[in-house]
Write a protein that binds this ligand. Structure first.
Ligand code: ZN
Length: 440
């Protein structure tokens, strides 16, 4: 598919009346169920064992009659789950950052759809033909590098700069080819900023004006800081290895879902019922057009809200609010729940701290213990470390009443440690950083 075909198709999908969009989705649901029942041993068993008549599932609204599945599907033999087995041309792996790695099969059409999904993000953000891209995602067994790369080649020159190659390689590519936009993990930005400053290069002097980020949570403080540092717009994307890119941000920071590819439900984790618009719940997703791996009502455990009202940007269909982290990354300590995005907001609210940290939870003598190891932005002496640790503690205990009770309780029982680290100790590792480490 070339740029003009991609754009025409995107405009076409976006101009569909709601009733037509819904009718096409319902048709895809019926086709997907018929095909999964015929070709996937896993789904046939699931449907029979739950006494479900698939003829009664006629639309997206009827999907609730099927059970929600989760990552356990990946521990089942792939030959049992997959369909169109003979047409599989690629396997990719998840990073396993929140559990055992998962293997995802693709047919050629699945790859094509994943590329279109990704390329639509660039279109929505206004990337134009002949704009040049630095693709700094990983090109290993994960799908992101290959898919992002192929999508940006629809527009123009794309330089592969695997995140494991190192910052020097990425900076040289940005400078040499005067690249206009880049796609990377958010954690690349502080590393690139520091490296530029060490080399006496102003990050804003680079020609990059759009930075597409995916794969890690970040706060609004982080966004505004790095938009200023690089004189560029940050565009957030919502993707995972199981589905590829699901939604992408417009200028109003709403994550628009590609509804012709995905049906997204927001589910109350306690009741399993659909949440009202604007209420946070777990994202349960059905891939409507997937050929190799039928994922129907798959619980991503990512938390967000969904809205169906029109967005000011003019894009039609549903959109998500900010992703608040994975529910299985949420942890309970001293009787309160802590969401990863809250820690992200607190750490980045303190000017002297970087966004690189570990939050380690242990159980010692039957009691929970919490240790934060947070990198300072610049080199710090003992006095500055103490000051930053104090600022962090103040922020933890003033964020809201729940956090105040949790952290005051931990501190008074000497079960809270805050260590401020010199720059580089965490951030020098490339790739995704596991920030929440629950060792209980
Ligand atoms: Zn919008």
């Amino acid at each position: 598919m070339n740029y003009y075909e991609l754009r025409a198709e995107f405009l076409d999908v976006n101009s569909q009346p709601e009733i037509e969009r819904q009718s096409l989705k319902d048709e895809q649901v019926r086709r997907l169920l018929r095909e999964s029942f015929e070709k996937s041993d896993y789904y046939r068993k699931l449907i029979i064992n739950n006494n479900i008549d698939i003829e009664e599932i006629r639309s997206c609204e009827d999907l609730y009659k099927l059970p929600i599945i989760s990552s356990e599907v990946f521990s089942t033999s792939m030959s049992e789950v997959s369909m169109n087995y003979d047409n599989i041309v690629r396997y990719c792996h998840t990073s396993g950052s929140t559990g055992a790695p998962k293997r995802v099969p693709y047919t050629r059409k699945d790859i094509e759809l994943a590329i279109i999904s990704q390329a639509r993000s660039y279109l929505l953000a206004g990337v134009e033909p002949f704009e040049k891209c630095l693709c700094a995602m990983t090109y290993g067994p994960w799908p992101s590098g290959m898919i992002c790369h192929a999508a940006s080649e629809i527009f123009g020159l794309t330089i592969p700069a695997d995140s494991f190659l190192g910052i020097d390689h990425q900076l040289q590519s940005l400078q040499k080819d005067k690249l206009n936009y880049m796609v990377c993990l958010p954690s690349l930005l502080p590393r690139l900023e520091r490296y530029c400053l060490e080399k006496n290069i102003s990050p804003a002097s680079l020609s990059v004006r759009k930075i597409f980020v995916v794969g890690e949570l970040f706060s609004e403080t982080f966004r505004s800081h790095y938009e200023g540092v690089f004189n560029a717009k940050l565009i957030n994307m919502y993707a995972n290895t199981e589905f590829g890119l699901i939604a992408s941000e417009c200028q109003y920071h709403n994550l628009h879902v590609w509804e012709d590819f995905f049906h997204v439900e927001v589910i109350d984790p306690d009741t399993g019922k659909l949440c009202e618009d604007g209420v946070t719940g777990e994202l349960v997703i059905t891939a409507l057009k997937r050929e190799a791996l039928p994922l129907i009502r798959y619980n991503t455990h990512d938390l967000a809200e969904m809205y169906k009202e029109p967005c000011e940007c003019g894009q039609t269909g549903a959109y998500l609010g900010p992703i608040r982290g994975r529910r299985d990354n949420m942890f309970t300590i001293n009787g309160g729940n802590i969401y990863p995005i809250v820690l992200e907001n607190i750490v980045t609210a303190i000017p002297g701290l970087s966004s690189f940290y570990h939050c380690i939870i242990d159980k010692i003598d039957g009691h929970d213990q919490l240790s934060f190891k947070i990198e300072a932005k610049d080199n710090v002496d003992d006095q500055e470390k103490e000051y930053l640790a104090g600022e962090f503690y103040r922020e933890l205990t003033s964020f809201d009443l729940t956090l105040r009770m949790i952290f005051l309780g931990l501190e008074s029982a000497s079960r809270l440690n805050i260590d401020i680290l010199q720059p580089g100790i965490i951030s020098q590792k490339s790739g995704k950083i596991k920030k929440i480490i629950d060792r209980r």
